[in-house]
Design a protein around this ligand. Structure first.
Ligand SMILES: [Zn+2]
Length: 169
């Protein structure tokens, strides 16, 4: 029987990797918000802020693995660095109170997946540099990444473009 690698263990606030993440964010001057509610992840690049849950994406009980948590942090951090480096700038340049316009949403639809793939590349570099020995888990994989992206993320944007929903309430 294969022995599970250390990074498949669950993440918690007590983990040395959690403490490493806090140091990493301090280094990049990014505010991190962490919680046990779920595994939701997001970045607000223009505010130098990331939110990463410590739970599994689908489960409310189980904590995420160290590997998945660190990959999520590196991915969201990469979004902030991309914004600072003006990579896919329009995609990254939004605040919580940014109004959705057809022009902006059309741009997100057009470049979104490319921007996410690029962010995975940067995330992977961050992971190699700061957590060597722990393989990066891509947020978007080649095989079904675009399908997922379309079904889950673009769906709302297409509805917006057709005037079937609004995000500005
Ligand atoms: Zn992303």
């Amino acid at each position: 029987m294969a022995i599970s690698p250390f990074y498949k263990k669950p993440i918690s606030y007590r983990s040395v990797y959690y403490k490493n993440v806090l140091q990493l964010l301090k280094y990049y001057k990014v505010r991190g918000y962490f919680h046990y509610y779920n595994g939701n992840r997001e970045a607000v690049p223009a505010e130098s802020r990331i939110n990463v849950g410590l739970r599994n994406e689908d489960g409310k009980k189980c904590n995420d693995t160290i590997q998945s948590f660190l990959s999520g942090v590196c991915h969201e951090l990469a979004h902030v660095l991309n914004y600072r480096n003006k990579k896919y700038y329009d995609y990254h340049n939004f605040h919580m109170n940014t109004r959705y316009t057809k022009k902006r949403v059309q741009n997100w639809i057009r470049v979104g997946y490319k921007a996410e793939r690029y962010t995975d590349k940067v995330g992977q570099e961050l992971m190699r540099k700061h957590f060597p020995g722990i393989p990066y888990l891509k947020a978007y994989t080649k095989k079904d990444g675009h399908k997922w992206y379309k079904e889950n993320y673009l769906k709302d944007l297409y509805e917006f473009m057709r005037g079937e929903r609004t995000f500005n309430d």
